[in-house]
Ligand binder design. Structure first.
Ligand code: SF4
Length: 459
């Protein structure tokens, strides 16, 4: 048997194992729920750590390291490896929402407002911005407010809507859009063989309930699938299979992306994320704040320098000398949203030009936008893992290769974006000169993205 056949069999067997061992999956889910709640709640009972404390000597720093330094960066990374298995097997919020739905759910009619396609994009921007304003990475109260608030809402939605399903995860979760997009590059996926489905001779077992409520009969290129495993082997037609990491974006990318997903990718995952991760180290941010401060002082306006503000509105921890004033809040908000707008508009403009140069009357702009997925994912991973690097450095642990690794990740994902763009452009009608020009234009748009990360890590 050739290697790829063996791989295919192994992946398929693993899928069947998942389907047969739902009790183990539930045990994993509830273990993660327990760890999640411990990480959220235990640090609240300890005082803020001093600068002499370390990861292993202080429970607050330990929780901070596990949550922001390991958990979140590797959830992002897992999308590139396991697709959305995080959502279906590990996510504590999804598990709690589904459990609430199954046990005390009212199964009310899902209102149209809940199904609005823009929630994942809007939610991601609000979550990112608010997290920076109250320093979610640094303080347990802030983490509880944001993550606990989100979990509370997930449970509430589970109680109100859906029948043994995950309405929250499907329509409202602020990171579901990010996971949906990144998992398009995963090397495994659920697929339904439609001929086997239709010709299935025996009486089928009960139709499995799909938590995110997608059509099991039409699984192909399914980034909405949470890979929970419930439907695997149903009618002998549904399989977990390996696939090319380019398949979903190049083959199905033109039929799936809606305008909000494109906005989330260009404005949110690239623009807002760059603003959120870079403002703390940006000399432009300092210049911006100092300029505004000078204008205010020149006009004898002093109230924006007050930092007597509740911690849930802006960071306020005077005991460790860390408080934001109104001017900080304004500058952080405008810097992050401004970064989102500048990158989003810039990338949209170039995609529109490329679309214009194509001979097809088509959906090229939305399709090609997905070629940015590798660098968008790399940015999120590098930005989040900067917390791990920072905390380890405070503990005296420094990896000399960190800079090289970051450069390699950015270099490889930039190349990956270009390759994806090339494969997508091949599917559309162009005259040869225009096709090459479009690829060059697309490549040019990757320069400012890389430059922003360069300034964050090396500039
Ligand atoms: S399609 Fe199947 S594996 Fe995917 S989420 Fe639905 S039930 Fe789970």
């Amino acid at each position: 048997m050739r290697l790829n056949q063996r791989l295919s069999v192994a992946v398929s067997l693993f899928g069947s194992w998942m389907q047969r061992n739902s009790s183990i999956i539930y045990a994993i889910q509830w273990s993660v729920v327990a760890i999640y709640l411990m990480l959220l709640i235990i640090p609240l009972f300890y005082p803020l750590p001093s600068h002499e404390e370390h990861i292993l000597s202080n429970v607050v720093i330990f929780a901070q390291f596990v949550f922001w330094g390991i958990w979140w960066p590797f959830v992002i990374l897992s999308m590139f490896v396991l697709g959305r298995m995080w959502c279906g097997v590990f996510c504590p919020e999804g598990a709690l929402s589904e459990a609430a739905c199954k046990t005390v759910g009212r199964n009310l009619h899902i209102p149209r407002i809940v199904k609005w396609q823009g929630w994942p994009a809007v939610g991601f921007v609000i979550l990112t911005l608010y997290g920076q304003l109250i320093s979610v990475y640094d303080y347990a109260k802030a983490a509880l407010l944001i993550l606990g608030g989100s979990t509370g809402l997930a449970i509430l939605i589970g109680i109100l809507y859906g029948k043994k399903s995950r309405v929250w995860c499907r329509f409202l979760c602020p990171v579901s859009g990010v996971f949906n997009l990144l998992s398009r590059l995963a090397p495994i996926s659920l697929k339904t063989d439609i001929d086997t489905w239709q010709n299935y001779a025996s009486k089928p077992k009960n139709h499995p309930i799909c938590p995110p409520m997608i059509s099991i009969k039409n699984l192909h290129g399914v980034s909405s699938c949470h890979m929970c495993g419930h439907c695997i082997d149903y009618r002998d037609a549904v399989r977990l299979v390996p696939r090319s990491v380019h398949e979903e974006v190049t083959v199905y990318g033109d039929e799936k992306t809606n305008i909000w997903e494109m906005r989330l990718l260009l404005y949110g995952m690239i623009g807002v994320a760059i603003g959120a991760f870079t403002w703390t180290v940006s000399s432009r941010f300092i210049w911006y704040k100092q300029t505004l401060a000078k204008v205010l002082i020149d006009h004898n306006i002093f109230w924006p320098f007050s930092s007597d503000i509740p911690w849930w509105l802006l960071t306020h921890y005077p005991e460790v000398n860390d408080s934001f004033n109104w001017l900080d809040g304004f500058c952080i908000t405008t810097y992050i949203l401004g970064s989102g707008l500048i990158f989003g508009l810039f990338l949209s403009l170039f995609l529109s030009i490329i679309n214009y140069l194509s001979d097809d009357d088509n959906n090229l702009k939305m399709h090609l936008a997905q070629a940015y997925l590798p660098i968008a994912g790399a940015g999120l991973f590098l930005g989040l893992s900067a917390t791990s690097v920072k905390l380890l450095m405070y503990d005296g642990i420094y990896f000399a290769f960190t800079g090289y690794l970051r450069a390699a990740i950015l270099g490889l994902t930039t190349y990956w974006c270009l390759y994806l763009a090339y494969k997508i452009l091949l599917r559309y009608q162009f005259n040869p000169v225009n096709r090459i020009s479009c690829l060059v234009l697309f490549g040019a748009t990757l320069i400012p993205i890389n430059t922003a990360w360069y300034f964050m890590f090396w500039g």
